[in-house]
Write a protein of this length. Structure first.
Length: 212
């Protein structure tokens, strides 16, 4: 009886795990509508739409942006929490905790979490520092599309954020970047030695599973 019970328990556990994986990896479309951040500083209202399409073992990322600074590269990623199951949110003006009138990257972390997956020519690398992010055209617009292996991305994601799933609908997408010549207060924070102009958030949108 004990052996049969153990076998049954193992089978149930495997079924639960398989079901969780299937739910996590099921085909579908996720969408984020990107709204402006720091528009008074950037001088324009950056925004756009992003779609994450899961089909089999492939994730296709599509992002169309407008209102960004023309002629420069714009970092773009999804952000989330590395611990627990908290859902990320885009920051409001209340996130400007030092009162300098600008929501910098560090001030987004309590609500949005940390940078997770980059949207450049190799998202599966999980490398944030890269020179292959999209560059806006003369009108401040750009389109980005990249397909990646979902199993490979999941493996790299788990290595960097142990215990976390991709969980797109718990994440937010940020666009970053203003011209190098932009004058920002010394109080605007960034990561390490990366200039604040590069990481300044200019748009954000919560990822939601599309019903249509």
């Amino acid at each position: 009886m004990t052996r049969r019970t153990t076998t049954l328990g193992t089978a149930i556990a495997l079924a639960v795990l398989t079901g969780a994986a299937s739910a996590q990896d099921s085909d579908g479309v996720y969408r984020a509508d990107l709204a402006p951040l720091n528009a008074e500083t950037t001088g324009s209202e950056a925004g756009g739409t992003a779609t994450l399409t899961v089909f089999g073992d492939t994730l296709t990322i599509r992002l169309d942006a407008t209102g960004t600074a023309p002629g420069i590269m714009h970092l773009q990623h999804f952000h989330g929490f590395a611990d627990g199951d908290e859902t990320s949110r885009c920051p409001s003006t209340d996130a400007d905790t030092n009162g300098d009138g600008i929501i910098d990257l560090i001030e987004t972390e309590p609500l949005a979490g940390v940078t997770m997956v980059p949207f450049h020519d190799d998202p599966g690398s999980m490398e944030i520092v890269a020179d292959s992010y999209p560059t806006a055209d003369a009108d401040g617009a750009y389109s980005y599309e990249q397909s990646v292996s979902l199993p490979a991305l999941r493996k790299a994601f788990d290595a960097k954020f142990p215990g976390q799933q991709l969980d797109f609908d718990r994440r937010v997408i940020f666009l970053h970047g203003v011209p190098e010549a932009s004058e920002l207060p010394d109080t605007v924070q960034s990561l390490g030695d990366v200039p604040a102009q590069v990481t300044l958030p200019i748009a954000c949108g919560a990822i939601q599973r599309s019903e249509g």
